[in-house]
Design a protein around this ligand. Sequence first.
Ligand code: FES
Length: 106
Amino acid sequence: MPVINYIEFNGSEHSVQVPTGVSLMQGAMDNMIQGIVAECGGCCVCCTCHCMIDPAWAATAGTAADDESELLEMLDTREETSRLSCQVKVTDAMDGMVVRLPESQY
Ligand code: FES
């Protein structure tokens, strides 16, 4: 099972196993990791699951679909590798991925 390394805004690091096919958002929620709110429960309408993929892993995470990109454009804190974590499904290739969580959801 892939290990995802979540880093909260305060620097707290959490290395947790997340099953393939589960979203980065759900992986964080299932492991009680602070920094992802996920108000809409993963329906891609709330933007409160914002995360920044470590640049070394950005290609592995893939690119945002149009609806996700439109939501990301609304964020002041958007970075080049920003994604909505509910839209990124974990794959075996993501074993070791580093994901940072923004201050706005801290
Ligand atoms: S949980 Fe609402 S957009 Fe991801």
